[in-house]
Write a protein that binds this ligand. Sequence first.
Ligand code: DC
Length: 225
Amino acid sequence: MKNRSIAIDGPSGAGKSTLAKRLAQELGFLYVDTGAIYRTVGLAACRRGIDPSDADKVVPMLPELTITMGYGKDGLQHMFLDGEDVTRAIRENEISICASKVAAIPAVRAFLLEMQRRTAQEHDVIMDGRDIGTVVLPQADVKLFLTASPQARAERRYQELLERGQQADFDQVLREVVERDRRDTDRETAPLRQADDAVLADTTGLDLEGSFQLLLGLIRERVDV
Ligand code: DC
């Protein structure tokens, strides 16, 4: 039987990963965070002192990298770079910027495409990212486009950084959210865009529980889970 797939796309900070993780648990699907894969490439570039926007430097690095995904006993996705568990390291704020820059390079996207598709062939997945419904899994059973206002998203990101004990300045976080949206939306290859057949879910003003119920309802209207 064909595995089922649910694609969740949207801008950074819309709550995709938190919600997708909970939905996956609820439905018994595997959660695949594709942003973490781009973050791992961004981390590799930045650690080597390579400018993450410079395709001529980033692309030759790709074949040297061993990037793997694994699922811990906690059921959570861990990322490995050359055997090292980098799950925490890729969450640093500066790596968000490196990830967004390497993600604009077409050869990086092509390099990571197969890994994402293979995972969806092998499991029932909820996959979140920017181009899952448009490029990675155009045949997904359900496509959701999750968004919220830039202010709401910056506020969530800001709280997240504080909770992790990292220093943060709200105005800077907001500027970075807007800048990252612009880079993810304006890039030529696989820009952030709502697929024609995706359902728009706006979570501005909704808390986590409200957003979760909204998405669960939208999914259950479309697949038998
Ligand atoms: O979802 P995230 O913030 O962890 O993603 C990090 C960066 O990777 C983000 O700036 C956009 C990019 N990305 C992408 O281009 N395509 C995806 N499918 C997932 C993430």
